[in-house]
Design a protein around this ligand. Structure first.
Ligand SMILES: Nc1ncnc2c1ncn2[C@@H]1O[C@H](COP(=O)(O)OP(=O)(O)OP(=O)(O)O)[C@@H](O)[C@H]1O
Length: 342
């Protein structure tokens, strides 16, 4: 698919269409969402205020793309996703998903989209997983053969066979998330919205979810729009990333370009060191202490470098009780992006 160069508006500049795509499955043109909020001021008075959660956003997503939609807390990501599902009606602008106006034809759209919210489940809490799926089949009127085929694929690829008879309340977070992803796909949606699909998952579950999504996109061409705070989700899944802040589109292009936009240097990883006792900032070549809190110290080092020699050097010189490596997250990248511009 041919796409133009990444769009990076300057601070405060209005976001116009960043990347023109052929065969757009999702298209937004100047979409806005304004919430009226009432706040109590003093004992008796209430103040009315408007929050511009989404402030004139335009973009297009082509069929088959996997796009990361990222930004700091409160940037407007969930509000955008809710408008794309028809849960919220835009205050202005034009929005289409598979040619459908979501707010007007929410039920028709429901057959074309799948939605997974990492923080909430769409499954029935007290029912075994397979009963939830049976209910979905009836709700979406999925033909039996298609349902069986889709269920079998999801059960096999998401490792759900052992879990089908387990009530959802007894599933671990990672198992529940895999169960939710399968539920969102039983009716063959064209587009899958994922809101923080790996939040709180362990490393193995994250890898399983990411592997499944890659395969789904490669084999069925399902379009995926993904919000996440985990940079590895983006790195491993998305060719394209959009950054939203204060309701505006700040960047639309490849992840590599985002790193370049935050040109304050290479990404850094963090070695979190738990010492046996409190010490002043420790000294190790190739890393610098960026934070000290009691016996815990945080050391930043280039993301491209191996952590092994660093770990060895710290262990040889200091009394250690634990160590872990933290990957750079979306907030770090975005912070550098702003720093680069400033
Ligand atoms: N129903 C609502 N009523 C009033 N304000 C709202 C409502 N929903 C969201 N907002 C406000 O709109 C802004 C954008 O919120 P939104 O939930 O879309 O952000 P987000 O990017 O998804 O954040 P997070 O990463 O924390 O989930 C925030 O200032 C939020 O407080």
């Amino acid at each position: 698919m041919a796409r133009g160069s990444p769009f990076v508006p300057k601070h405060g500049e209005l976001a116009v269409v960043g990347v023109a795509v052929a065969d757009a499955l999702i298209s937004l043109d100047g979409v806005e969402k304004v919430f009226d909020v009432r706040r109590r001021v003093g004992l008796m008075r209430r103040e009315k205020r408007q929050v511009r959660a989404v402030d004139g956003i335009s973009f297009e997503v082509a069929r088959g793309e996997v796009v990361g939609y990222i930004g700091p807390n409160g940037a407007g990501k969930s509000t955008t996703i809710k408008m794309l599902t028809g849960i919220l009606t835009p205050s202005g602008g034009r929005l289409r998903v598979a040619g459908i106006d979501p707010a007007r034809e929410r039920m028709r759209l429901a057959h074309r989209i799948g939605v997974v919210f990492g923080q909430r489940t769409t499954l029935w809490w007290d029912l075994p997983l397979k009963d939830s799926y049976g209910l979905m089949r009836r709700m979406y009127r999925i033909p039996r053969a298609r349902y069986e085929e889709n269920l079998e694929r999801c059960v096999e690829r998401l490792d759900l066979a052992e879990l089908l008879d387990v009530p959802v309340r007894q599933l671990s977070l990672g198992q529940r998330m895999r169960g939710d992803i399968a539920a969102a796909l039983l009716h063959d949606p064209d587009v899958l919205y994922l809101d923080e699909p790996t939040i709180g998952l362990d490393v193995v579950s994250k890898a399983k979810v990411r592997g499944f999504l890659r395969q789904l996109n490669a084999e069925l061409g399902t379009t995926v729009l993904l919000t996440t705070h985990d940079l590895q989700d983006i790195e491993q899944l998305c060719e394209r990333v959009m950054v939203i802040d204060h309701g505006r589109l700040m960047y639309d292009g490849p992840l590599a370009g985002l790193h370049a936009a935050g040109s304050a240097g290479e990404s850094e990883r963090t070695l979190v060191v738990d010492l046996e006792r409190e010490l002043g900032p420790i000294e190790v070549e190739g890393a610098r202490v960026v934070k000290v809190e009691g016996p815990r110290q945080w050391l930043a080092f280039p993301a491209g470098a191996s952590a092994a020699p660093l770990v060895a050097a710290v262990a040889a010189r200091y009394p250690l009780s634990d160590l872990s490596v933290r990957e750079p997250d979306i907030e770090d990248v975005i912070a550098r992006m702003y720093a680069g511009r400033g």
